[in-house]
Design a protein around this ligand. Sequence first.
Ligand code: KIV
Ligand code: ZN
Length: 402
Amino acid sequence: MNPKIVFFDTTLRDGEQSPGVSLDLKQKIEIAKALEELGIDVIEAGFPITSPGDFEAVKNVAKEIKRCTVAALARANQKDIEVAWEAIKHAVSPRIHTFIATSDIHLKYKLKKDRSQVLEIAREAVKYACSLCPNVEFSAEDATRSDWEYLAQVVIEVVKAGATTINIPDTVGYTVPQEYYNLFKFLVEKLIAAGYEEDLKSGRLRLSVHCHNDLGLAVSNSLSAILAGATQIEGTINGIGERAGNAALEEVIMALKIRKDFFERSLGYPLEVNIATEKIVPTSQLVSKYTGMLVQPNKAIVGANAFAHESGIHQHGVICERTTYEIIKPEEVGWTGSAIVLGKHSGRHALSFKLKSRGWQFDDTVLTKVFEKFREEIKDVLRKIDEEHLEGILLDLFCDKE
Ligand code: KIV
Ligand code: ZN
């Protein structure tokens, strides 16, 4: 048996930690429902200990959501874990997600504890969480700046204590794809040596990837971890999150879907991506509206320009055969279609296509004239010309003739 990839969305928790973002209860429930419709497996609804508002939001999301696991975050202490459990205990499928840092930097300056103390805290926290909830995830915060042998020791101890998902976060977006790949390979080998091969293969035990985007590598790093054996991916819609954000889940999903062939060949087993990808754009727009975080136009998949073509060569290609310059059907992710944008790089094919799609018939001489006028206007005044304006150019030319 081979495990399916679990998609874990933390828009409502890590995403809401974006500077300046604050979602109210109604908005959180609406986003959670959109994530459920999208087919996300796990929704991290919040960090209940942090405020009564967060607690209420997690509790309500847990009540409303029926087809996803609902996770609540807790530091590795009894109080946090108790409160997290209180918030999610009525969910159809609850998960406690507890974490503690494992890097020496965090141990020394933040936790002021030594390695053996942190190991003990992690073990006890997981044991306690497992006494409340059958589904427990443990995160080794700042895993990528941790000593690998020590990290492996913590991982094995928390698995023994009952955690079934072990997250290896790149908390500060520090790692690079090949290094992260090697780290996951290293941990998989350690788990196999400790007797967990069957659990990993069956999905009873999962390694999870959680990447931040400080070096712009969050999606790449996430995909590398998948190739090395991670079977849960954590991310957010539109890649929102602390500082430069988290891995953009829509990008990871589409990379796995579009390059399924490559991932299946590399992994040696079939990959399931059971996501209603046509709901990606509406979900992205909902998150953008409620968080107030605009999506950059050139953002992959969900940016306004992701399926827009401006240059003559590309437009000609796409008009003749879409796949020349598009690897995804725009409708597959929820756009209504590709956009042929009339700009200074556009050519005669695009103009002809636009006018014909509005019902005009004309010969080459007319097209040449329209094109000349279009070039003049785009050079002197405008950066983009819309279809009505183009039609106006054509009408003016006809009028001139009369
Ligand atoms: O980035 C991080 O390390 C986290 C953990 C709490 C999972 O968000
Ligand atoms: Zn994070």
